[in-house]
Design a protein around this ligand. Structure first.
Ligand SMILES: *Cc1c(COP(=O)(O)O)cnc(C)c1O
Length: 200
């Protein structure tokens, strides 16, 4: 996925012309909505933190939300999607590193609420997990965090099924560490600066 929070529209158009099925990742629902209105065809992912008062805007415009970090927010997204009859995929953000600066479920917190999530009937599709590794010099140092997310996904899958929960996606890896993330099973890498650096 091309993370376009700092990208100009002309760069995005250029990218879409060579990759018609490109996925764009935006941090803010407002910017995502404005930009989506100006493009055809691309898939739009919201990757930044989601405030409750922006849920409607996000659900109405994003194809995938990567940053759901509480059961309360998950239910809110679900309710709004149902009201709008808007199908949407959601990833649960996990704060694997436990850094205060990062949002997300603590791994143990997600384990604790998993049964509640499994038992619910969902309108939305819960399609995977997302994490941000700490900023490190050597991408190898990010590997344990990616590995832990992949293991957590396997563990959660072991608790049983729900027709709305697939967990096929692991959204992990950014410009500095996406190679390591792919080795650990990433299905979505979120790459911004490596694509657009030097263009402005
Ligand atoms: C900005 C951002 C990225 C992309 O970071 P780069 O280092 O520029 O590739 C990925 N994920 C999230 C959540 C971001 O906010």
């Amino acid at each position: 996925m091309a993370v376009t929070k700092y990208a100009e529209l002309s760069w995005m158009r250029c990218l879409q012309s060579v990759l018609p099925a490109v996925r764009f990742g935006e941090n803010r629902p407002q910017q995502l909505a404005e930009r989506r209105a100006q493009f055809d065809g691309a898939e739009w992912h919201l990757i930044g933190q989601l405030q409750r008062n922006k849920v409607r805007l996000a659900v109405a415009n994003a194809d995938v939300i990567h940053s759901v970090d509480s059961v309360r927010l998950l239910k809110r997204v679900n309710d709004v999607a149902g009201e709008l009859s808007q199908s949407i995929r959601v990833l649960l953000q996990v704060n694997v590193s436990g850094e205060d600066s990062k949002s997300g479920f603590a791994p143990d917190g997600l384990r604790r609420v998993w049964e509640e999530i499994l038992e619910q009937s969902w309108f939305i599709e819960i399609s995977g997990l997302m994490t941000m590794a700490p900023e490190v010099e050597d991408p190898e140092d990010a590997r344990p965090f990616f590995r832990e997310l992949a293991m957590l996904r396997e563990e959660l899958r072991g608790f049983g099924g729900n027709p709305a929960i697939h967990l096929q996606e692991l959204s992990m890896g950014m410009s500095g560490d996406f190679g390591v993330a792919v080795e650990e099973g990433a299905t979505l890498v979120r790459v911004g600066s490596a694509l657009f650096e030097g263009l402005s």
